[in-house]
Write a protein that binds this ligand. Structure first.
Ligand SMILES: Cc1ncc(COP(=O)(O)O)c(C=O)c1O
Length: 390
């Protein structure tokens, strides 16, 4: 099956549900069994089917099957948010006394909340590394290192990593490789095929695609990893609500056309911004001028709608004059929905290994499915306001 056919078919079988096209929403806490024997044996084959609502409903399993198929993975566990998925994956495979290597450019809360709070309290030490290190990461490995956590590109400053090289080094050293693949979505990149063991998606973004559901997933590459992950998710009581799983699965069915359009629109807007004298740099690996372009081209089938810009001069007063009055870009966290968004970004505040040399404002755009010419006109008027307030 080719990818677009997987997107439309995986995780559903109408003949199981009276011919209805989409898997039904099955709400459940209690799952009943026809005999004492079957009730008592329900745990003999752990996680093979519904046992209790908390450990998964058929609606959840349908979504998990579809994400697994798209990733060409072994199995997937879903979580109530992307951050819960990151917490679930890292706490499954790390424990007291272990060491974690984490890219310096990961999503802020992966660093501050997961590494800095959850894992630190559990007695896990974290070392951050320059995402451009590539095979040089071998020099940071200690006997206690158990996980290497990547995000490529980083979702604030968009540095690409040599994911297959890092995954190979992890494997050679008996270390688990893990990646937050949210920028790409399983439609544009399948890290398991690049050698990564554990792939996290904040489904809240492109899988849901409509800015109205929180959801996360973790896909693994073998039964042993699945059993560990699912057992820990169950121990924490993580549960993905059936209505949310349904919405995520509904979003997933159109991810192919949405991602293609996000790429086209973002590429047009990013190229236009790159040509403007007010902009020092557009950080978007799909642009041939981007330092990560070759890695992106090698490992990805396209680009998403998220990129950053650094202004050539001016300050936050000028940036606010531009951004506050944009017509089609709402100011708001998250991304991956059908609509355009913008937020101020402060990379200098969250990295510790690599220097952020810029003093001028940095802004992150999410380019939605609007007509890109309208977006460009909006931004052009914004740049006039920027220049007037500089
Ligand atoms: C790259 C990345 N990973 C994970 C998350 C967390 O996802 P959620 O908001 O669903 O918790 C986000 C949210 O912005 C993100 O940008």
């Amino acid at each position: 099956m080719k990818k677009d056919t997987i997107v439309t078919n995986a995780g559903r079988n109408p003949q199981d549900n009276f011919g209805v096209v989409n898997p039904p929403v099955l709400h459940a806490s209690t799952i009943t069994f026809p005999s004492i024997e079957e009730f008592q044996n329900r745990n003999l084959q752990p996680y093979k089917g519904p046992q209790y609502g908390r450990s998964g409903t058929p609606t959840q399993f349908a979504l998990e099957k579809a994400i697994t198929a798209l990733h060409d993975g072994y199995k997937t566990v879903s979580y109530p948010s992307g951050l819960a998925a990151i917490a679930g994956a890292t706490t499954t495979f790390l424990q007291n006394g272990d060491h974690l290597l984490m890219a310096d450019t990961v999503y802020g809360p992966s660093r501050t909340r997961i590494a800095g709070k959850v894992l630190e309290r559990a007695g896990v030490e974290t070392t951050f590394f320059d995402p451009k290190l590539g095979e040089g990461i071998a020099g940071l490995i200690k006997p206690e290192t158990k996980v290497i956590f990547m995000e490529s590109p980083g979702s604030l400053t968009f540095e690409m990593m040599d994911v297959p090289a890092v995954a190979a080094i992890a494997r050679d050293n008996g270390i688990l490789s893990m990646i937050d693949n949210t920028w790409s979505s399983p439609y544009l990149c399948q890290p398991i095929k690049l050698g990564v063991d554990v792939v996290i998606e904040a489904c809240t973004k492109y899988i849901v695609g409509h800015s109205d559901v929180m959801m996360g997933s973790v896909t693994v590459n073998n039964e042993e990893h699945f059993q560990e992950l699912k057992s820990m998710a169950n121990s924490y009581g993580y549960h993905a609500a059936p209505d949310d799983c349904y919405m995520a699965l509904r979003g997933l069915r159109t991810i192919s056309v949405r991602m293609q359009r996000h790429h086209e629109n973002a590429f047009k807007v990013a190229s236009w911004l790159q040509s403007r004298s007010e902009i020092l740099k557009v950080m978007y690996p799909a642009l041939s001028s981007d330092p990560g372009h070759d890695l992106w081209q090698r490992d990805h089938l396209g680009a998403s709608g998220l990129f950053g810009v650094i202004f050539a001069d001016g300050d936050w007063k000028a940036a606010a004059a531009m951004i506050d009055n944009l017509q089609y870009f709402a100011i708001g966290a998250s991304w991956g929905g059908y609509e355009s968004l913008v937020i101020p970004a402060y990379p200098e505040k969250i990295r510790t290994v690599t220097d952020w040399p810029h003093k001028t404002p940095c802004v992150r755009f999410h380019i939605g499915l609007e007509d890109p010419d309208d977006l460009i006109n909006d931004l052009e008027m914004g740049l006039v306001r920027y220049a007037a307030n500089r």
